[in-house]
Write a protein that binds this ligand. Structure first.
Ligand SMILES: Cc1ncc(COP(=O)(O)O)c(C=O)c1O
Length: 438
């Protein structure tokens, strides 16, 4: 064992499993025994066991105690729990996806694809030059380097894989996007949440969280999923001295991109040497384009491109050409602007009806709304009985559950807007106990 810390212990156990010293199904001695044996405190062992359990490396199997997991077996992540529905709903507001009818048409973009744009070598620049130029024009800070990847999730995964190690501590906004939590936990990272208010991450909370060193901070600068909050200029200025006192990576996940109505801000202006800015085109131009751009320091981007060479290689240039066309086409820009306004309108109507019913919400941007409810399960079930699906809030929350919420993708309320809003308000106030079932 190199170091008597929880991190050292998690790494040692992981190595032992990898080397076959510990086998799937093998039972581990009780924490006190391990602590005594290793001359460590039970708290340290327990912290390591916690990290390994979140990563799916260890499982607690009731009276059998803690056993080494069979990592080949699929695990039920937060992502599945947030979106798990067994019925087809007339109004499915649980998914967080964009309204297909509001995505720009691909007809013209596909028509101009007369040549395949095949690279001369597998080692060609992974960024299509015309797309790179378009992105540089609209990027929120002068990016030291930029590359194209297969969506924001791919970007986040590549960052984690290339920069973080098992047992590292990271901070996220609380609540946040469940797949990010799944990704971080699967990588064996220790994840702590920092509260978000109407202007973004709360500086005093971040300062407290940073008293224990963290390797990375993940933030959504605008249209935060699930709350719809966007970082304000004032908040960014307040965060700067707090962040300056740490050397953690700042990872910005701008998943709403141009469907957001908020200013395009980036901490990369102030911390270019440790900001990774990710922009997804899934919500604005279509999830099936599977494209996002990632910027960061030259070495980091080169490292990510290197890691990709051993996997997917690069993101299809055919798709990059479609996106480059859409980003340069005034017609497509107009369609995205219409989508932005329509999403804002839908969200505003729902939030106003809730406010009138005495249900306060924060945020004003993007596809989602974080609705406080009296009882999470009762609200989900009451809405289900009315043919409306929403996502339970628990999978979005880091650590202990706070006040109950559900996430409503208001961007998908395509009809009966006032009626749906009224049903949401009613469900928010449904007491626990007797739940009406269809
Ligand atoms: C905050 C956030 N990050 C990432 C993603 C995934 O983006 P992509 O489709 O580009 O992988 C989403 C999609 O809902 C999201 O809301």
């Amino acid at each position: 064992m190199d170091e008597p810390t929880a991190k050292g212990l998690t790494q040692a156990v992981t190595r032992a499993i990898r080397d076959g010293l510990l086998e799937p199904g093998e039972r581990l001695p009780p924490i006190r025994e391990v602590a005594r044996e290793l001359m460590m405190s039970p708290t340290t062992v327990s912290a390591a066991w916690g990290t390994l359990a979140r990563a799916g490396t260890l499982v607690t199997a009731g009276r059998r105690g803690t056993v080494v997991a069979d990592v080949s077996a699929p695990r039920e992540g937060r992502y599945r729990r947030a979106l798990d529905r067994d019925a087809a709903f007339e109004t499915d507001l649980s998914t967080g996806v964009p309204d297909a009818a509001l995505l720009p048409s691909l007809q013209q973009a596909l028509r101009q694809l007369t040549s395949a744009g095949t690279p001369a070598s597998y080692l060609d620049d992974p960024v299509l030059p015309e797309l790179g130029e378009r992105l540089a024009e609209t990027w929120p800070h002068p990016a030291p380097a930029l590359t194209i990847v297969d969506g924001a999730m791919d970007a986040l995964e590549l960052f984690i894989r290339s920069q973080l190690s098992f047992g590292d501590r990271v901070l996220v906004e609380n609540p946040t996007f469940p797949p990010l939590l799944d990704l971080l936990e699967a990588a064996g990272l220790e994840v702590d949440g920092v509260e978000v208010d109407t202007a973004g991450i709360v500086p005093a909370e971040l300062e407290t969280a940073l008293r224990t060193p963290a390797q990375a901070i993940f933030v959504q600068p605008r249209a935060h999923n699930p709350t719809g909050v966007s970082l304000t200029t004032e908040r960014m200025q307040q965060l700067e001295p707090v962040l300056a006192a740490s050397d953690a990576w700042i990872v910005e996940d701008d998943s709403a991109a141009s469907i957001s109505g908020s200013p395009d801000l980036s901490l990369g202006q102030r911390f270019p040497e440790r900001t990774v800015h990710v922009r997804s085109y899934s919500k604005s131009h279509g999830p099936d384009l599977r494209l996002a751009a990632l910027s960061g320091p030259v070495d980091l981007v080169a490292g990510i491109e290197h890691v990709r060479q051993l996997g997917q290689g690069w993101s299809s240039r055919l798709l990059q050409r479609v996106l480059a066309y859409l980003l340069g086409d005034p017609g497509a820009a107009e369609e995205v602007a219409i989508a932005r306004e329509e999403y804002a309108r839908r969200r505003h109507v729902v939030a106003s009806v809730l406010a009138e019913a005495g249900i306060p919400t924060i945020g004003s941007d993007g596809l989602n709304l974080w609705m406080p409810v009296r009882d999470e399960m009762a609200a989900v079930m009451r809405l289900a009985a009315r043919g409306i699906a929403v996502a339970p809030g628990r999978p979005f929350v880091v650590g202990e559950p706070g006040a109950p919420h559900v996430r409503v993708t208001t961007g998908l309320v395509t009809s009966r807007l006032d009626e749906v809003a009224a049903l949401l308000a009613e469900a928010a106030t449904t007491p626990d106990g007797t739940v009406p079932i269809r």
